[in-house]
Design a protein around this ligand. Structure first.
Ligand SMILES: Cc1cc2nc3c(=O)[nH]c(=O)nc-3n(C[C@H](O)[C@H](O)[C@H](O)COP(=O)(O)OP(=O)(O)OC[C@H]3O[C@@H](n4cnc5c(N)ncnc54)[C@H](O)[C@@H]3O)c2cc1C
Length: 502
């Protein structure tokens, strides 16, 4: 066997340590020499507290113990995201991590609901994670697919800094080499232009065959060195700043969902953890000053602020090539989509998964590998982008400049097609890869008042009395399943009580 293939991970935020943890648990150290460089002086972005159900798959893939991980990160359970005032002021809906209804005939359940909706009540009544979330209840999904309690999944709210710390301990215990130091110089091969090595402030040089750029917004290798460029999406997603502040937990119920409230120049998040509640205001800087955003945020907390608001700047974008030469950009170095649907950590997870699938093992990287990697990452980014834009576009609000702009703006053709199909007959074109299946789109469409003119023709075949009975049975089943769940706070207390942070 020749010399091991050298992988250098630059950056020790969530992205860097997720990549390192996967390498530490899956790669043969005789074939792959992996090290991670991070600088305590620079630090991490330190936000990113709401996740998607796929995170559980990632932790399971690593072999992480769920309760131990939840204790270490002060995590709570998450059944979906509540959107307040998005369609219009006073409206609210939950985007759930689960299905609406069950199969009751030839057509998808959603179409039977469309047909019966005059008498069948809201769509949300047929979705267990929504009914449970509204009652602040949580239980693990049943494993038996015939059980009504099986039709959902769950995610976590967690302290992102504690997660990176947890993964660092986990990776180092499995042999990952961590190099502390600030990179002050990057050397390229004179002929190929590939990155050859990075130099730390101490003078130490670290050579590699493949570099994973997890250096955050600065994109130390992918942008500052290789000048890869971005696809700028800020004309569709105009928010470019955030103010973030934690506040004390109140005595109210521990909600098993993230809340996103549309505001005068963007939206505000609320993320309940065990030890505190995370809050932030994502806004468009040409419509609101940083001071105004900070003071509005502070005036809308449900507990006492635990720090001064912290400002972050960004642009909605995707790197033109996530894999360029011998550099793969992950996390904030790869692009940024605002945290409206908690997708950034998911994107890191997919970057890591595709890297492991397409991992080269020789310094001569086959060009087919980056080509495929960039194709699949583009699909991931583009699908999330369209879904986020839908939230802004599908609004009736005209009380503020941001909503007037967004409801009239031109949108990507791919999203326009999706909206048209839905309006026509409630259909959502499914895709094989990428995030957000039909229930997610249905949640936002219905929640924000986009109405189909007709349902799937197959749903018209069921006699009225049978349809009516099945709808009533399903609704009762969902209500009973939710009522049988314990309060979320009790589920957390029993399974993963974290105590105070050290
Ligand atoms: C306002 C906001 C809210 C968010 N909310 C969510 C959310 O709810 N859910 C979600 O999934 N995601 C969210 N995210 C995204 C999430 O925070 C990031 O995707 C995630 O933390 C990954 O960050 P990172 O590791 O790419 O970068 P960072 O955390 O910035 O880490 C960069 C690393 O690179 C190192 N580094 C940089 N330069 C050098 C150098 N010269 N030498 C050595 N080391 C260097 C730093 O020391 C650090 O370790 C949010 C992001 C923002 C901005």
């Amino acid at each position: 066997m020749g010399a091991p293939f050298r992988i250098v991970i630059v950056g020790g935020g969530t992205a860097g340590w997720m990549c390192a943890a996967a390498c530490a648990s899956k790669l043969d150290p005789k074939r792959y020499d992996v090290r991670l460089i991070e600088s305590e002086e620079i630090g991490t972005v330190g936000v990113g507290e709401a996740t998607l159900p796929q995170m559980k798959d990632f932790n399971d893939f690593l072999g992480v113990d769920e309760a131990e991980f939840m204790v270490a990160t002060q995590a709570t359970f998450k059944l979906g995201i509540e959107f307040v005032d998005w369609g219009r002021i006073g409206s609210r809906y939950i985007h759930p991590f689960g299905q609406y209804g069950r199969t009751i005939g030839e057509a998808e359940f959603f179409h039977y609901w469309l047909r019966a909706r005059a008498t069948a009540g809201p769509l949300s009544d047929y979705c267990l994670p929504i009914v449970a979330a509204e009652a602040n209840r949580f239980d693990f999904p049943a494993k038996d697919s015939a059980d009504p309690k099986s039709a959902f999944s769950y995610a976590y709210h967690l302290d992102a800094s504690l997660y990176a710390r947890y993964l660092r301990r986990w990776s180092e215990a499995r042999g990952m080499t961590r190099v502390e130091g600030k990179i002050v110089n990057v050397s390229q091969h004179p002929e190929s232009g590939d990155i050859a090595s990075v130099t730390l402030a101490s003078g130490e040089e670290v050579h590699g065959d493949l570099f994973v750029d997890c250096s955050g917004f600065r994109g130390l290798l992918i942008e500052q060195t290789l000048e890869t460029g971005i696809e700028d999406w800020s004309h569709w997603l105009p928010c470019d700043r955030a103010m973030a502040v934690p506040c004390a937990r109140t005595d109210g119920p521990l909600t098993p969902y993230t809340r996103s409230t549309a505001r005068e120049a963007g939206w505000q998040w609320r993320i309940p953890l065990q030890h505190r509640t995370g809050n932030g205001y994502v806004y468009a800087s040409h419509l609101l000053s940083d001071d105004e955003a900070a003071s509005l945020l502070l005036s809308r907390l449900d507990g006492e602020a635990q720090a001064d608001p912290r400002g972050l700047r960004f642009k909605a974008c995707k790197r033109r090539k996530a894999w360029n030469r011998n550099v793969i950009a992950m996390g904030l170095a790869g692009g940024f989509l605002e945290p409206l649907e908690s997708t950034s950590i998911y994107l890191v997870q997919m970057s890591v998964a595709f890297l492991l699938t397409l991992l080269p093992d020789s310094a001569e990287i086959d060009p087919a590998l980056p080509r495929e990697y960039n194709r699949v990452m583009d699909v991931e980014y583009d699908r999330i982008r369209d879904f986020l834009i839908l939230h802004y576009r599908a609004t009736e609000r005209d009380d503020a400049e941001i909503w007037r702009y967004c409801r009239a703006m031109a949108i990507p053709d791919s999203l326009a097609d999706k909206i048209e199909r839905f309006r026509h007959r409630g259909h959502i074109r499914e895709y094989r890869d990428g995030l957000f299946g039909p229930p997610s789109w249905q949640a936002v469409f219905v929640g924000q008042g986009v109405e189909p003119v007709a349902h799937d023709a197959m749903a018209g075949l069921m006699p009225d009395d049978i349809l009516d009975r099945r709808m009533r049975e399903l609704r009762a089943q969902v209500a009973a399943a939710a009522a049988s769940m314990p309060p979320h706070a009790e589920a957390v207390r029993k399974y993963c009580p974290a105590g105070a942070v050290a």
